[in-house]
Write a protein that binds this ligand. Sequence first.
Ligand code: ADP
Length: 195
Amino acid sequence: MTRAGLTGGIGSGKSTVSALLSSYGAVIIDSDRIAREVVEPGTKGLAAVVAEFGTGILLPDGTLDRPALGSIVFADPDRLRALNSIVHPLVRDRSAHLEAAAGPDTLVIHDVPLLAENGLAPLYDSVIVVDASPENQLDRLVRLRGMSEDEARARMAAQASREDRLAIADFVIDNDGPRDALEPQVRKIWEALRG
Ligand code: ADP
């Protein structure tokens, strides 16, 4: 098994690359999705978050009120650390479980948006970074994803810089070109990594 981390700034094209790798046969472990699953109603994750932050972070239907929790943790680094100390170990356990279920000859891709921000590069055999200029990120978020320009700029500013991400890359995918230019680059990495 080869284990690679895949990351990229918001709007860089990481999901598009992840879908291509999956179509070739890689097993994708999506950390954002797992982070949502571990705090679904009925989980011990959600119980721990409620114990820490109170029932005010629940919606009437018992699901997590993400904006309410976000407004607490993004205003206070200590509260963010408290949340992460609940969620991160659960995500790690679930990821390890999914990885163990993948076959021995598999290329496992850990899709981790905040890989650079959280210093996670040492966890993987190699790191793939999807790189795009901030101008292209912004354009895709606003034009294709319907985000407001202010929201897109704020999300981008909260992430690692392009340089910080490139500094941890073993493989860089240049996604400043047309979408068609992705396929050959991704295929080359797939061939290099699956051995
Ligand atoms: P991420 O997962 O990094 O946030 P996505 O893969 O969702 O980014 O890409 C953001 C948007 O840009 C999507 O609508 C996607 O279809 C589009 N996109 C990705 N790569 C390109 C490209 N090279 N040219 C034009 N649009 C692209």
